[in-house]
Design a binder for this molecule. Sequence first.
Ligand code: GDP
Ligand code: IMO
Ligand code: MG
Length: 425
Amino acid sequence: MSVTVLIGTQWGDEGKGKIIDVLTEGSDVVVRYQGGNNAGHTVEIGSKKHVLHLIPSGILRDGKICVIGNGVVVDPRVLLEEIEELKKNGVDVENRLVISETAHVIFPYHRMLDKLKEGKKGVKKIGTTGRGIGPSYADKYARCGIRISDLICPELLKHKLEERLVDVNTILTKVYEENPVNLADIFDEFAAYGQKIKKFVVSGYSFINKAISGGKNVLCEGAQGTLLDIDHGTYPYVTSSNPTAGGACTGAGIGPTVIDKVVGVMKAYITRVGEGPFPTELDSALGEKVRKTGGEYGATTGRPRRCGWFDAVIGKYAVMINAISSLAITKLDVLDSMDEIKICTSYKYNGKVLEEFPPVLEVLKKCEPVYESFKGWNKDTTQCKKYSDLPERAQKYIKRISELVGSKPWIISVGPKRSQTFFVG
Ligand code: GDP
Ligand code: IMO
Ligand code: MG
């Protein structure tokens, strides 16, 4: 029996989907514990590219059970589309997916409010994915959310929608001067989704804890990344959940003492989609080169990702607050044709050196990166099968990252395919 939590250490898109797929081979159950269809996890198998938004990436391995945990917000329309898409690609979902009855539901008014709020903020917008994530979590915490257990019971759904739409329509019409949403339309559409989803619905905490006590290997899949965490990220430029390791406990219904290992997925450079400070951002031709080489375009919204040098201040912070036990370093190959590569080792703020990450926006936006420079290896790493195959300078780069952030590499990824991955040591 083992419980592993896998998290993103940066601003998301670290290559979690690919690493989850690799680790699923040795797991029995894979649990998504937070976020919603703001996530885009890419897994390339042979010539086929799968992008998963809600269903855990473990679904692509035969026989593995996948759980959508209570901490996730579920847009049932997107879920059903994803199930259909997987079936079309020959992936059996029917007996391998379960959904926690206490996960919350995303309704069309959440998506509307997400977009309207962003529009109103103008230049101060967060750059959300527009999927209704923030408003759905806001309802959860304001204790007026509607859960999967309500969705699958038409009487409860009608009653709760009736209650909720009073306030929602007041906000839509009075604050945003929009048309109100129609109760009957939403009820008819969502009650039908509920009946389709019903067969997947279980008591999530019970299912997961029974798997653990039954000796199964459980892998908890984080979406987004440490710096998008509502508590520990670059607030307010964050998502509305806890992608950090602690989120696995609340979002799956497991206690911290059952967790054996926390794997931190760390891209060999760094990217961000959406607004907010980014100290090592390369707003230059070099940034464009990284974007092109790394294919850094959002898997959910298609937006170009902002690219920058590896930031060890962020890496060290992620290792600390997630208690990371080992690293999966991804996309090393993207740096194959660089003459010079830099790592940010500290920040300069108001003439002082900052060694620790400042999660306060007003400080972070004034931080200037202090760099250490490396000669690029200028060799193709995409065919490397083991650590010793890597060029010496690439090994030196990884070793330095490991020293600076305080955690050892366990997995190295040198391309998007399953085969372009190896374990260290
Ligand atoms: P996630 O959200 O963390 O799962 O990451 P995304 O799927 O949004 O973005 C990662 C992108 O990089 C995807 O297109 C992956 O196929 C790709 N990828 C993952 N690992 C590697 C790697 O080691 N090298 C390269 N070149 N691409 C990778
Ligand atoms: P994966 O799981 C990268 C970003 C959005 C925006 C902010 C808030 O693929 O790594 P939201 O819609 O969540 O309210 O948007 O968070 N964001 C992501 N960025 N990868 C993701 O997921 C993201 N999910 C949300 O771009 O800046
Ligand atoms: Mg992604």
